[in-house]
Design a protein around this ligand. Structure first.
Ligand SMILES: NC(=O)c1ccc[n+]([C@@H]2O[C@H](COP(=O)([O-])OP(=O)(O)OC[C@H]3O[C@@H](n4cnc5c(N)ncnc54)[C@H](O)[C@@H]3O)[C@@H](O)[C@H]2O)c1
Length: 400
């Protein structure tokens, strides 16, 4: 299969590109390298020493004999370039990772909010519009987030994208239908994924594009079978207050002797998936596209849920690290239950890697190995969600 991987230099896109190339897909990475520039803006570096794209590609060619093509292009801004690329490559599928993906970064300032909306919404719309414009039948696989559902307590298992509803219209008549699960984004970043979802529904209906939207949990772990082959292929590991995701932050904090910082009560429950499972899921999604004219296929791409304070205690019990409760910089429910249906991927053969199996290896092989590269001043999460919080008043959370 010929696959374009948009955002293929990133944390998810790079290991996915290698996984697809390894199984025989012809991969072209498209990236504008904005994530590397944001590292410079934030004065933060990946804990792992990631190599330039030139070195990454050469190492992969040397080890596997396989070629990955790379095109530097801004998907959000260079519509003509994107359209010409589709005409030239004629891909069977596009995997779309090319968005600004950090909620804290999206909330830093008006400039960061506007950049995140502009980049993510335009990138997704340009891809959809270019597929139609090209006249080709290209399956689009998009990486969305579990955060589109919101992080309240649903009181039921969250279905995969669509909710069955029964509306009594008169005393003896009921309308039964299926709707997109109501959205409840918790940040500007999450809101862009909600907007993406509406654009997908429209283009699937109007232009009969074949689209799969993966509502992904928080990805943990660093390396996959392919990135482990050689240090030059190593994947990114973000630990800073903006881009570091909760479990990887705890692993790194434990490794460098920094207290595990739990926001608020730590009662926030989130969905997780190991990075190896993430790349497998993307391959499964590529192999099981929707039919032309079918509605958007939505999969919940997660394998387990955990409460943040339980994760901190688990990592502390393995490593001896201490746990520190700090004020929550976000405006979010402090305690929530999260039950999620993920039958689609399980039914298609995914055998999940659990936290219990992978955690210790991750601490030893990555967090501890590169601990001396950590800049402790970059660890605290400083981006707050509201002007009141900026002024030192804790966020009200009743409405979440
Ligand atoms: N990392 C997670 O835990 C996680 C969880 C859920 C969903 N996701 C989703 O997966 C996708 C990838 O996440 P990630 O963690 O790999 O992020 P990342 O920031 O590491 O990678 C994104 C890549 O896209 C590129 N990019 C951004 N805007 C672009 C543009 N306009 N044109 C071309 N390239 C552009 C960046 O340079 C970067 O290489 C995102 O859409 C994110 O929302 C990630």
């Amino acid at each position: 299969m010929k696959v374009l991987v948009l955002g293929g230099d990133g944390f998810c896109g790079w290991p996915a590109s290698l996984h697809l190339s390894d199984r025989g897909d012809a991969v072209t990475i498209v990236d504008n390298f904005s994530r590397r520039r944001i590292d410079e803006e934030l004065g933060a570096q990946s804990l792992t020493p990631i190599r330039s794209m030139v070195e990454r590609r050469a190492a992969w060619k040397e080890l596997s004999g396989k070629q990955i093509d790379v095109v530097e292009l801004d998907v959000a801004q260079d519509y003509q370039g994107l359209k010409e690329l589709l005409d030239e490559v004629r891909p069977d599928a596009i995997v779309h990772y090319a968005e600004q993906r950090a909620a804290p970064y999206s909330m830093k300032s008006a400039k960061h909010k506007r950049y995140t909306i502009d980049n993510n919404v335009n990138a997704t719309h340009n891809v959809l519009c270019a597929i139609v414009d090209s006249g080709q039948d290209i399956h689009l696989v998009h990486l969305g987030t579990m955060g589109v559902y919101g992080y309240g307590t649903a009181g039921m298992a969250i279905p995969e994208g669509y909710l069955e509803v029964r509306i009594p219209v008169t005393t003896d008549a009921v309308v039964e239908t299926e709707i997109l699960y109501p959205t409840n984004p918790g940040s500007i970043y999450h809101m862009t994924k909600v907007l993406d979802q509406s654009m997908f529904a429209y283009y699937a209906k109007n232009d009969e594009l074949r689209i799969t939207d993966l509502h992904q949990g928080i990805v943990w772990g660093t390396n996959t079978i392919q990135t482990n082959l050689d240090e030059r292929l190593i994947n990114r590991f973000d630990y800073d207050g903006d881009y570091g995701t909760v479990l990887n932050r705890f692993l790194m904090q434990a490794a460098v002797g920094y207290p595990l910082t739990v926001h608020g009560t730590g009662g926030q429950t989130r969905a997780f998936i190991h990075i190896q499972d993430m790349v497998r899921c993307v391959a499964i999604a590529l192999d099981n596209p929707p039919q032309v004219g079918e509605r958007v296929k939505i999969f919940n791409q997660m394998t387990e849920t955990h409460r943040v304070r339980d994760l901190a205690n688990l990592v502390a019990s393995i490593t001896g690290a201490s746990v520190e409760m700090v004020p929550d910089p976000r405006k979010e429910a402090q305690e929530n239950e999260l039950l999620v249906n993920n039958d689609n991927f399980l039914g298609l053969g995914l055998e999940p890697i659990t936290l219990n199996e992978g955690l210790l290896r991750e601490i030893n092989e990555t967090a501890a190995k590169y601990a001396d590269r950590a800049d402790h001043s970059r660890i605290p999460a400083r981006s707050v969600w509201t002007a009141a919080q900026q002024a030192g008043v804790p966020a009200s959370v009743e409405d979440h």
